[in-house]
Design a protein. Structure first.
Length: 251
């Protein structure tokens, strides 16, 4: 298991249990105690958790300062992403005009598409390549390519989509909190997401459970601005502020 994935798994366990011991993590992650202790020390130094004797506890609001590369994100939460993406694909119909935000979960959606005459706009380079190879009509906005996320961003990209009226939009997210809504680490990506979301009739954020309770640098929309498609969520407070679509609880 890669170190970033192990760190993400530790933080996910903390979001679930609030406090966890070194021994519990060694069993659940199949790692040595020394490895887990080094991970906890590193995450504590980054301000992502509070290291305590024999384990760690979650901060009141977890703040994420780094952004993983696309290659690393492909290996994280793959089962949840597939189930979310499969349900999202069922929401797309031939008559739709769809915006697909750059991201690994939105890209996973392409594996399950059954529509034939749908038109797509995306700022994800890999998503655009795959849609085109599948025979779909797809448009890319003009702009600057951000290497870390393989996304097109910038003022020209925002201008490129300002005339569109999408029937449906799917968005990736780095963090979701009750107080700060949907967040991402990069200001340019936040501006692009905000602009695209404003052009969509229906807006759906695709988020596995690890994204909840996680805060990153820039808010691009309040919680009530979009529906959330996830697998299952124990924190009922999110349902009070927006429409929560949980794959594991859908009929």
């Amino acid at each position: 298991m890669l170190t970033p994935e192990r760190h993400e798994r530790i933080l996910q366990k903390l979001r679930e249990y609030k406090t966890i011991t070194v021994q519990e993590l060694t069993v659940q992650l199949n790692c040595s105690e020394s490895t887990i202790r080094r991970d906890l020390s590193a995450l504590d130094a980054e301000g992502l958790l509070k290291k305590i004797h024999g384990g760690a506890t979650l901060l009141d609001e977890e703040v994420m300062r780094e952004e993983y590369t696309v290659e690393t994100k492909y290996s994280l939460h793959t089962d949840e992403k597939r189930r979310i993406a499969k349900m999202a694909a069922l929401m797309i119909h031939d008559s739709d005009f769809v915006y697909l935000d750059a991201g690994t979960t939105t890209e996973c959606l392409l594996d399950y598409l059954t529509c034939r005459d749908t038109v797509f706009v995306t700022n994800g380079l890999q998503i655009a390549r795959r849609l085109s190879s599948q025979g779909h009509t797809v448009y890319l906005p003009a702009g600057r390519v951000k290497f870390v996320t393989d996304a097109v961003v910038g003022g020209r990209a925002i201008e490129s989509i300002s005339c569109y009226n999408f029937t449906l939009g799917f968005f990736g997210v780095n963090g979701i909190t009750l107080q700060n809504g949907y967040t991402t680490p990069d200001e340019e990506e936040a501006r692009m997401k905000k602009a695209a979301m404003s052009r969509c009739r229906r807006k759906i954020v695709l988020a596995d459970p690890s994204k909840f309770g996680l805060l990153t640098a820039v808010t691009f929309a309040p919680l009530e601005a979009a529906e959330i498609l996830t697998t299952a969520l124990e924190d009922t407070r999110y349902r009070e502020q927006t429409t929560l679509l949980e794959v594991d609880r859908l009929p």
